[in-house]
Design a protein around this ligand. Sequence first.
Ligand SMILES: *Cc1c(COP(=O)(O)O)cnc(C)c1O
Length: 391
Amino acid sequence: MTIPYGRQEITAADIKAVVEVLQSDYLTQGPMVPVFERAVAEYCGVATATAVNSATSALHIACMALGVGIGDLVWTSPITFVASANCARYCGADVDFVDIDPKTYNMSADRLAEKLEVAQKSGRLPKVVIPVHLAGQSCDMKAIGALAKQYGFKIIEDASHAIGAKYLGEPVGSCRFSDIAVFSFHPVKIVTTGEGGVAVTNDSQLHMLMERLRSHGVTRDAEQLTKPSEGVWYYEQLELGFNYRMTDIYAALGASQMDRLDEYVERRQQLAHQYDLLFANKPIKTPWQHPDVYSSFHLYIVRPDFNAMKTKQREVFERLRANGVLANLHYIPVYRQPYYAAMGFDSRNFPEAEKYYSEAISLPMYPLLTDGQQIEVVQKLMTPLGHQTIF
Ligand SMILES: *Cc1c(COP(=O)(O)O)cnc(C)c1O
C-alpha cells in the first residue's frame, strides 16, 4: 500500500451534509455558502469571508479588489505554489520574489526590508506583497505589517496551508496585520470542499467588491446600484467579474469539515512531534518552529544532510517512491518555472531558496496517517545510512 504525502478524510457526517444539499432546492450559492463563510469567519475572528471555487480564484479577486493592474508590482515568496504569483499576472502586474528565511523557509522579513529600501530608491515599490505561510507556519506578520505601513503596500496572506494555525495566540486569518487572507480547501489541505477557496477581510468595501467579482461583477443589492431599480428583475454589472462561485454541495462539505478542524490540527501537531522525536540525533533537519507560531502542519518538511547520509536528494526520493512512500517537494522555486524564467530571473538572487530546493523533502502528513506508517516512513528514509534496524 502506498503512503501519500497528504490526503483528506471524509466522514459519514460529511456525506450526510452533501446528500442533504443534493436533495434540496439549491445546488449552488444557496444557503450553505453563507453557512460555510460564517464558520470560517467566526473561526478566524474576522469580519467577513467570501467563498469561491478555489484559492487561486480567491487570490485573483483579492488582487483585483486591491486594485492590482498593469504596470503594478506584486512580490511573493519563491517557495510557494505558482498560484501565489500567477494571481498578479492575471491582473497584468509584474511579479518579483523575496528570498526566504533559512529557518522557517517563509519570506524573510529582513530580505523584504532590504529589497524595499532599494525599490524605494528606484521608484519601483510593490503595490501588494503576498507572504505565504509555508507548511502552516505563519510568516513574521508583525514585521511585514510594519513594513507595509512604512512603505504603503497592501498585504494578501496566502494562508492556503494555514487554516487552524495561530500567530501570537490568534487564528491565522484574523487579518490583524493584513488586508486579506486566503485559504485553500483542496483535498490535500487541512480541511476540504473538493475544490474551493475563501478570502477573509475586515474591510467591508473589499468584501463587497470580492463578492461581486466572484459573480460577474453583478449585484442586486439596492445599496450598490448606481441607478434606480427598473423592477424586481433588475441587477447591475459594475466590474468585469468572473464565475468563481462555490457550489452549495462544496460549501456543505466544507461546513461539516470545519467541525473537525481543531481535531485535525491537533493530530498533525502530534505527528510532527513524533517525527521530531524519531529524527532526534539523526542528520536530518526537522521543521524549526518560531515561538510566535502554532502551525497547522499542512506539510512536514525535512532537510537531510545528504553528505552525512552518503546519498543524494534524488536517490532518497527514488528510494522512498520505490518503497511506496510518495514524498514530495514543496516547492520548485517559482522563478525556475519556464514561464517565469523567461522574465529573466537570476537564481543567484535567491541563495536560501536555492539551498532549500536542493535539500527539502515533504514527508507524509495527514490525520489518517497511523503511528505505524509514520515509523515505516522514517525507516525507509533512514535506510541509506545503512541502519536497517534503527529502532
Ligand atoms: C494549494 C495552494 C494554492 C492554490 O489553491 P487552490 O485551492 O488549489 O486553487 C495557492 N497557494 C498555495 C501556497 C497553495 O498551497
